[in-house]
Design a binder for this molecule. Structure first.
Ligand code: B12
Ligand code: SF4
Length: 656
């Protein structure tokens, strides 16, 4: 590549498109939970080209736009494109099949304004990996002048940017047969603005390896990234983590490898992370995706724990042996699921399992029974249910296309929470019902209580918060947790073309009841979680002993305890356990009046719920007299406030 001669500004917009919801609105949230690793990868590569001046004197400016949390300013981009002396390129990054329709709409709008557009990611890569002919939805983009890129680009990113700058972009780039060695590629990094858009701005991602040696028929990874695991050098990973920690405090990671276990460098990576934690005091925590047999590898679980692994995501997929055989996932043995989960739990690592509903041998009844076994026998801390989807890039999808099997035509529905093909046994909505019931049953109060009761105290709040997030996504957003964030936003003006654009008033009429329903749902869920907390919260030894004494003292009393009596409870507890400290009178007084303190005796909010249900019932039946019991109502409002303050402050300060 020869350096470019004329110095000028070259703007590169890296855009991660979102997808449309069922009513045609773009899914966007106020804050994201999981940032996009693909965006972070391409950002790091582009910054590297800039810093190393690989394009010569060009003033390369990078702009990151994640549509999951940011509105894409198409008009401003088009205006910038017209500025004299500047070049502009928009890259649609990491486009999955479910995002393809949205990505194509953005790309076509920009092409109409004369903007150069490039598109890459799993849809394009998966399609071009499995089929010789360019499929129509991709050809349509090529015909309108967009450039399509299949495969990874670590080895050629500067060349592609060079082509774009020169106005020489090719219609299609294929790098699938020649996956790059990315061992020393710059580690993924986000810009500060995007990090602030994440609920936890200290959250980062790294793909330590790509590819997987197994051969599951529903998997896209092996056909796009290959069956040989390629990996980043452990030294680069450690350097990247150290740098991000010092620069922006990043200390929680999602290692996005689809199967970290089969990364040949797993041990060296863990050793480096152990070094960071134990010698340099950089206490990072991370999530990895592993396979079921990983727990059998000597030292794997133990080293993961020492290195800071907080959660493992395990692809159980199903409890039905015939389904596993059918999908070629023979490395999974159902009889060892329980042992695998127990091994991770023993190492105090939380477990989240991937579970697919809609394999050919599933029926509504078998799914119900299997989920019951998952809850009672396997006992993971969390489960992520998805609907079987023939994802482009997988053998299943290729086979279905080649045999002309019926399949959903709208790629927007390939998000693993819609039926995208007919099921042999679950028809007329039964499949969706089985899927929703699985979520409902797993995240039922009963199972969440069982999970939190057996969770190690050190993991209590992490598990609690994740249950909250997952249940909120399912109950209040009606979407898979990986498609949600904090507070859904809807832009009236960017609606899918097959839907009518609403006027302002009509949109308000839609949004106000929607937001009301959402807030009501959040309130209901918060009260449920408050009860869950009261029933499962882990009390310290001091609290347990003092509580016992308080219960004894309260027996038969019809008033609250005096400060001197609470002090006496401490003194009696101290007589049994000398390490218990008796608080000063002042702190007892504070404890007594503080709004942030719940009585150590409160283990449920059922009395409060009963009271409010009674009030509501009386009001509904016209018994207005209930309102005259102002003292009772005020007292219970006060109790509610005190309890809510205690719960929310415990939630907010947990883990600090
Ligand atoms: C991390 C991850 C997520 C994260 C973040 C997304 C992200 N892309 O970073 C979250 C949690 C949000 C997520 C969610 C989902 N995911 Co996901 N996710 C992944 C995972 C495990 C890693 C992604 C990654 O970082 N890869 C590494 C990067 C570097 O690879 P890459 O994206 O392919 O990018 C390289 C090239 O493609 C190329 N490239 C990419 N874009 C562009 C653009 C241009 C212009 C150019 C030149 C090159 C280029 O350059 C990159 C560097 O070489 C992948 C599996 C995988 N191995 O990729 C699944 C994967 C992408 N997800 C998948 C799915 C199905 C989903 C969900 C629908 C699942 C669900 N129900 O939760 C949701 C949908 C979310 C949505 N609509 O936004 C599928 C997509 C398959 C398909 N054909 O669509 C995958 C492939 C996994 C699978 N099961 O097959 N996911
Ligand atoms: S184990 Fe996971 S990543 Fe590997 S082939 Fe199977 S589904 Fe794909």
């Amino acid at each position: 590549m020869s350096p470019l001669r004329s110095p000028s500004i070259f703007r590169v917009f890296l855009v991660r498109p979102s997808k449309y919801d069922d009513e045609g609105f773009v899914i966007r949230h106020w804050r994201a939970v999981v940032p996009s690793n693909s965006l972070a990868c391409l950002h790091a590569l582009t910054q590297d080209v800039r810093e190393q001046r690989l394009l010569g004197d060009v003033d390369l400016r990078v702009h990151l736009l994640d549509e999951a949390v940011t509105r894409i300013p198409l008009d401003s981009i088009s205006r910038l494109n017209r500025r004299p002396g500047e070049r502009l390129l928009v890259c649609m990054v990491g486009v999955q099949t479910n995002q393809f329709c949205r990505a194509a709409d953005i790309a076509l709008a920009l092409r109409r304004a004369g903007v150069e557009v490039m598109i890459g990611g799993f849809h394009v890569s998966g399609m071009l990996a499995m089929f010789r002919d360019v499929p129509p939805e991709i050809q349509q983009l090529v015909d309108r002048g967009a450039s399509v890129v299949a495969g990874e680009v670590e080895h050629c990113w500067a060349d592609l940017l060079h082509d774009a700058y020169e106005g020489n972009l090719k219609p299609i780039y294929r790098f699938l047969d020649d996956p790059p060695d990315f061992s020393h590629a710059p580690p993924p990094r986000m810009d500060k603005r995007s990090m602030r858009k994440c609920v936890d701005p200290r959250y980062g991602t790294i793909d330590c390896s790509r590819g997987c040696p197994f051969n599951c028929s529903f998997c896209t990874i092996i056909n796009v990234q290959g069956r040989k695991s390629r990996y980043r050098s452990p030294e680069c990973i450690a350097d990247g983590i150290r740098h991000a920690y010092r620069e922006s405090g990043t200390n929680v990671y999602f290692f996005t490898d689809d199967n970290f276990t089969r990364n040949p460098a797993w041990e060296e990576i863990f050793d480096r992370l152990i070094g960071l934690r134990e010698q340099e005091g950089i206490a990072i925590e991370f999530v990895i995706q592993v396979d079921v047999p990983s727990y059998r590898i000597p030292g794997f679980v133990e080293k993961a724990a020492r290195a800071g692994c907080g959660t493992v995501f395990i692809g159980l997929e199903t409890l039905n042996v015939r389904n596993l055989q059918n999908a070629g996932k023979t490395q999974n043995r159902v009889q060892e699921y329980e042992r695998a989960i127990a091994s991770w739990r023993h190492a105090r690592i939380k477990t989240d399992v991937g579970y697919i509903i809609g394999f050919p041998h599933d029926t509504e009844e078998s799914v119900r029974d299997d989920v019951e076994r998952l809850i009672r026998e396997v006992r993971p801390d969390q489960a992520s249910f998805t609907m079987m989807t023939p994802l482009p890039g997988s053998k299943d999808h290729q086979r279905m296309v080649e045999t002309g099997a019926p399949m959903e035509a709208d790629y927007n529905a390939f998000d693993t929470c819609h039926e995208s093909m007919p099921h042999p046994h679950m028809k007329d909505g039964t499949w969706t019902r089985a899927y929703r019931n699985a979520w409902r049953r797993f995240y039922s109060f009963e199972n969440m209580k069982a999970i939190l009761s057996r969770t190690h105290p050190a993991n209590y709040w992490d598990v609690f918060k994740n249950l909250y997030w997952y249940k909120n996504s399912i109950d209040n957003e009606g979407a898979h947790p990986m498609l949600t964030g904090i507070f859904r936003l809807k832009d009236r003006t960017t609606r899918r073309a097959c839907f009518r654009r609403e006027g302002r008033l009509a949109h308000l009429r839609r949004r106000i009841p929607e937001i009301y329903r959402f807030l009501r749902g959040v309130l209901r869920l918060t009260l449920e979680m408050e009860e869950l907390w009261l029933e499962t919260r882990k009390l310290s030894e001091t609290e347990l002993r003092v509580r016992e004494e308080l219960v004894l003292m309260r027996a038969g009393l019809r008033r609250s305890l005096r400060i001197s009596e609470i002090r006496a409870a401490y003194v009696r507890a101290q007589a049994r356990i000398p390490s218990i400290e008796v608080p000063s009178r002042l702190s007892l007084l504070w404890e007594r009046v503080s709004l942030l303190r719940v009585s150590r005796l409160r283990q449920t909010r059922r009395d409060l719920t009963r009271f409010w249900v009674g009030v509501r019932w009386r009001l509904r039946h016209g018994r207005i007299k209930v309102l005259l019991r102002v003292d009772q109502i005020a007292l219970n409002v006060f109790r509610e406030i005190r309890l809510a303050a205690a719960f929310l402050s415990a939630l907010a300060t947990a883990g600090r």
